[in-house]
Design a protein around this ligand. Structure first.
Ligand SMILES: [Zn+2]
Length: 83
């Protein structure tokens, strides 16, 4: 029996959770094709795996924090700047 969840990407209820018998489940959308591997607890429910999948997708969408480079970093990263 398969459960389908709403896709965070395309909005269709076409997300299925596969490989629930393995330590890493595969969550996949049949419509847009988005797919992520989700490490799961042995007793996890497809709903739990889907929740983790949502977290993963959302964290990917967040704009990455701009790296603030210190002068030390700049020196370290450019080998020719040794005094
Ligand atoms: Zn989708």
């Amino acid at each position: 029996m398969k459960k389908y969840f709403s896709c965070p990407e395309c909005g269709r209820k076409d997300i299925s959770v596969q490989d629930m018998d393995k330590s890493v489940a595969t969550v996949k959308c049949g419509s847009c094709g988005i797919e992520r591997k989700v490490p799961k607890m042995s007793i996890a429910d497809p709903v739990d795996v889907f929740g983790d999948f949502i977290d993963i997708v959302h964290s990917e969408k967040k704009p990455s924090k701009p790296k603030t480079q210190t002068f030390d970093d700049l020196v370290k990263n450019s080998g020719f700047l040794e005094f």
